[in-house]
Write a protein that binds this ligand. Structure first.
Ligand code: PLP
Length: 296
């Protein structure tokens, strides 16, 4: 695919914090949020081989799943549009009369929105329900929620080619775990991939990643940094986003990346990272979902 050539190579930017200095670790941020104005962060890497598969197998487009604020839906619509293929978003629990900005954007990028009940949506991985949707959209290549499948793992693995410096740890926020799986599948045995789960009570993540990559050796999912659960915020989290932005000029959002950063600061205080180690944090993007009221 030549599309990637229009993307910007992400910077690896040093990040300073007293807890990093005190524990003698070097931390940098891989700015995947900067690779493209629309298809940014981890989602492009998760989507690229799925899109390529759909194109090479002559599907009309891709059909995929998400909630009304989903970064995946946003990026899938934008990427399919860039590649001139169609897209369908199967969306749960939205009011079609009052679309979120995410869904309005998706529609602008010619994504056809198909609204389903939360109840049906929960069954999206069950064969019978999937077969029903496939019957509705037979010419479409179905990509799971968050884009997480083997092709996503392959795409995310390529993120590592963009990092020239050596490192000991690579850290990402985790939703479905596809990004962590992709990183874990490609790092060296001496390196470790760390996923900060942003979901509350997520105990299936380690297992599903293990299933995706066939190993549980070089990754760890860390829970307890969900700040109340998916998309929930606290004053501490909001304050952190403001301070981090005013000190570094880097925007992070409240659903994934700010939680990941706060987790890393806390883990450093708890001496989770070996002394003198080098830690790469992945800025997975998702800024379309930033709650802008946090910044004012
Ligand atoms: C989707 C997303 C993640 C989580 O990726 P998974 O592969 O589902 O674990 C992390 N950060 C951002 C900004 C995202 O949009």
């Amino acid at each position: 695919m030549t599309l990637f050539e229009t993307f910007v190579k992400p910077r690896l930017q040093p990040i300073f914090n007293t807890s990093f200095a005190e524990n003698n670790i070097e931390v940098s941020l891989l700015r995947l949020d900067e690779i493209h104005p629309r298809v940014n962060g981890n989602k492009w890497f998760k989507l690229k081989y799925n899109l390529q598969y759909a194109i090479e197998n002559n599907y009309e487009g891709i059909a995929t799943f998400g909630g009304q604020f989903s970064n995946h839906i946003y990026s899938a619509a934008a990427a399919a549009n860039l590649l001139n293929i169609k897209s369908i978003g199967i969306v749960a629990g939205a009011n079609p009369q009052q679309l979120s900005h995410t869904l309005l954007f998706a529609q602008e990028k010619n994504m056809q929105l198909h609204f389903v009940s939360r109840e049906d949506y929960r069954k999206k991985n069950e064969e019978a329900q999937l077969a029903e949707w496939q019957k509705l959209f037979p010419q479409y290549c179905f990509v799971p929620e968050g884009g997480t499948n083997n092709l996503a793992v392959k795409g995310v693995g390529e993120v590592l080619n963009l990092i020239e410096a050596d490192f000991d740890y690579i850290v990402t926020a985790c939703g479905t775990g596809g990004t962590l799986a992709g990183l874990a599948s490609k790092i060296k045995p001496s390196q470790k991939a760390v996923g900060i789960s942003i979901l509350k009570g997520e105990d299936q993540l380690t297992n599903s990643i293990k299933k995706l990559i066939g190993s549980d050796k070089n990754f760890e999912v860390i829970t307890g940094y969900h700040f109340g659960g998916y998309a929930k915020t606290t004053d501490e989290l909001r304050k952190f986003i403001q301070t981090f932005y005013s000190e570094t000029g880097i925007l992070v959002e409240q659903v994934y990346t700010a939680k990941m950063l706060l987790a890393v600061i806390d883990l450093a205080k708890k001496k989770y990272f070996k002394e003198k180690s080098s830690v790469v944090l992945v800025h997975t993007g998702g800024l379309q979902g930033l709650d802008k009221s946090i910044l004012v």
